[in-house]
Ligand binder design. Structure first.
Ligand code: ACO
Length: 431
C-alpha cells in the first residue's frame, strides 16, 4: 500500500527522486529505498539498524514509546493472563488462536516429538562436565540438522510446519539433557502424561531414585515466562535466524545461530548477569556504589536488566513478570534476600536523574532470573530457559521469511574506511 512519497535531493548534483512510503498497520511507515543506490550511487548508513526495517512482518508489533507488545494483534497482557505457552506458539506459527480440538492436537503432536533420537543424546558425552549449557544447546540444536537434512524441503509449507513442531518440541528435551549433563545425572525422558512445562520440570528435576511431583505453581510460572519470551519481532537473535535462514540453510542450523546470538549479555544472557550483579552488590548498603559505577562514563559497568533498545517508557513484560515474581516467591514460601535487594535497586535507580533522563527501566530479564532462581534453576541455565521460550518466535519468523516473495538472501552493505588500494610489498622490502 503506497500513498505517500518522500523526495530525496542530492545537493551536490541537484537530482531529486521520490521514494515511496509503505504504510504500516501500526507504528512508523517505512521509506522504500531499495533503488537509492541505482538512483544516487549511495548506500544508507545505519549502524545497529536503529532506523532500518529489515523485513515486513505480520507476527509481532512493539510500540516502544508506550510499552505495547502485540502478537498477531493480541496484547501480551491478555495472552500472559489467559492463554498458554503452546497456544501462543500456535498463534505465532499458525497465525490463529486455535479451536479447542486443534489446540489439543497441536499439544499432542508437540509432546510426541519431544523424544530425542538416542544418537542426539550421545553428543552430550563429548562435552566437558562444566561446559556452559548455552554452548551445549547451540551445538546440539545445530546437530539436529545432521539428523533431519535430506528429508527436509524448506520450500514446502507442510515441511516447514513439521520442522516448527520438531524444533519447539525438542528444544525442551535438549535443554533438559544439557542440565542433566551439568549435574552428572541420567537423562529423563519426556512423558506424554505431562504438559510441555510439566515435562520440562520433570526432565530437569526428577531422578530415578525418588518420586518427583510437578509443582503446579512452578509449572504455571514457567508457562507464563515462556509466553513473555515467545517472540519480540526483529531482535538480535531473531534477525540472526532470519539472516542465516535467508541463505536457505538447514532450519536447525538457523535456529542454532539464534541460540548463539541470544547467549550474549546484551541480549538473553542478561538474566544470568542480573543475578551475578546482585551477588556482586551483595547488600542494600552497596547499591549506591553500583549506581554510581553504572553512571560513570569511564566505567564499563552497566546495571544489568535495565534499559532496552526499543522500550523507552517501560517493558510491558517486566510489569507482568514483576507481579508474578512476588506471587511465585510468596506461593513457594521463598524469602529471597535477592528479591529485596532487586526491589531496592529498582526503586533507587528509578529515582535517579541519570536513569530517568535516559529512559532506563527494568526489562523482562531483571525479574525472570529471580523466578528461575526460585524454581531451582541454576543461574548458568537461565539463558537456556529464555531460548526455549523464544523458539516459537524464531520458527514463526523463519517460516514467514521463507514464504515472503520479497525476501532474498540478506546481504547488508558497508562504508569502507580502510586503506585505499596499494601494491603488495615483498617481505624483505617492508619497513
Ligand atoms: N546501565 C547504565 N547505563 C545504561 C544502561 C544500563 N543498563 N543501558 C544504557 N545505558 C546508558 C548508556 O551508557 C547510554 O548513555 P549515554 O547516552 O550517556 O552514552 C544511554 O543509556 C543509551 O544506551 P545505549 O547503549 O545507546 O542503548 P542501546 O539501545 O544501544 O542498548 C541495551 C540497549 C543493550 C539493552 C542496554 O540498555 C544494556 O546494555 N542494558 C543492560 C543489559 C540488558 O539488560 N540487556 C537485556 C536487554 S532485554 C532482552 O534482550 C530481553
Amino acid at each position: 500500500m503506497t500513498k505517500n512519497t518522500v523526495t530525496v535531493t542530492d545537493n551536490a548534483t541537484g537530482k531529486s527522486v521520490d521514494f515511496p512510503v509503505r504504510e504500516s498497520v501500526h507504528g512508523p511507515s517505512v521509506l522504500e529505498i531499495g533503488s537509492l543506490y541505482k538512483e544516487f550511487g549511495y548506500f544508507t548508513y545505519d549502524p545497529a539498524f536503529t532506523s532500518t526495517a529489515s523485513c515486513q512482518s505480520k507476527i509481532t508489533y512493539i510500540d516502544g514509546e508506550n510499552g505495547v507488545l502485540l502478537h498477531r494483534g493480541y496484547p501480551i497482557e491478555q495472552l500472559a493472563e489467559r492463554s498458554s505457552f503452546l497456544e501462543v506458539a500456535h498463534l505465532l506459527v499458525h497465525r490463529t488462536l486455535p479451536k479447542k480440538s486443534n489446540l489439543d492436537e497441536f499439544r499432542a503432536t508437540i509432546k510426541k516429538h519431544m523424544l530425542l533420537n538416542q544418537g542426539i543424546l550421545n553428543f552430550f558425552n563429548g562435552f566437558h562436565y562444566d561446559a556452559h549449557p548455552m554452548a551445549m544447546l547451540t551445538a546440539v540444536v545445530s546437530s539436529l540438522s545432521a539428523f533431519y537434512h535430506d528429508r527436509i524441503d524448506i520450500s514446502d509449507a507442510y515441511h516447514r510446519e513439521q520442522i516448527a513442531i520438531r524444533i519447539i518440541a525438542k528444544m525442551a528435551s535438549i535443554a533438559a539433557a544439557a542440565y542433566k549433563h551439568m549435574c552428572g545425572h541420567p537423562v529423563v525422558y519426556p512423558s506424554n502424561q505431562l504438559s510441555y512445562c510439566g515435562n520440562l520440570l520433570n526432565m530437569l528435576f526428577s531422578m530415578p531414585t525418588e518420586q518427583y511431583e510437578v509443582n503446579p505453581i512452578a509449572e504455571k510460572a514457567l508457562d507464563q515466562l515462556f509466553i513473555l519470551h515467545a517472540d519480540h519481532e526483529q531482535n538480535a537473535s531473531t534477525s540472526t535466524v532470519r539472516m542465516a535462514g535467508s541463505t536457505g540453510t538447514n532450519p536447525f542450523a538457523a535456529i542454532a545461530s539464534g541460540c548463539a546470538a541470544l547467549w550474549g549479555p546484551s541480549h538473553g544472557g542478561a538474566n544470568e548477569s542480573v543475578i551475578n550483579m546482585l551477588n556482586e552488590i551483595g547488600s542494600v548498603d552497596n547499591i549506591q556504589k553500583y549506581i554510581d559505577k553504572a553512571k560513570d562514563p569511564n566505567d564499563p559497568f552497566r546495571l544489568m536488566g535495565f534499559g532496552h533498545r526499543v522500550y523507552k517508557s517501560f517493558d510491558p513484560r517486566a510489569k507482568i513478570i514483576r507481579q508474578t515474581c512476588h506471587e511465585v516467591l510468596e506461593a513457594l514460601g521463598i524469602n529471597d534476600a535477592k528479591l529485596e535487594l532487586a526491589m531496592r535497586l529498582e526503586e533507587i535507580a528509578l529515582q535517579d536523574e541519570y536513569f530517568v533522563e535516559r529512559n532506563l527501566y527494568p526489562n523482562v530479564d531483571f525479574y525472570s532470573g529471580l523466578i528461575y532462581k526460585a524454581l531451582g534453576i541454576p543461574t548458568q541455565f537461565f539463558t537456556v530457559m529464555f531460548a526455549i521460550g523464544r523458539t516459537p518466535g524464531w520458527v514463526a519468523q523463519w517460516m514467514e521469511m521463507l514464504a515472503d516473495p520479497e525476501q532474498r538472501i540478506s546481504r547488508p552493505r558497508q562504508t569502507y574506511r580502510g586503506p585505499s588500494q596499494r601494491d603488495y610489498v615483498e617481505e624483505f622490502q617492508r619497513g
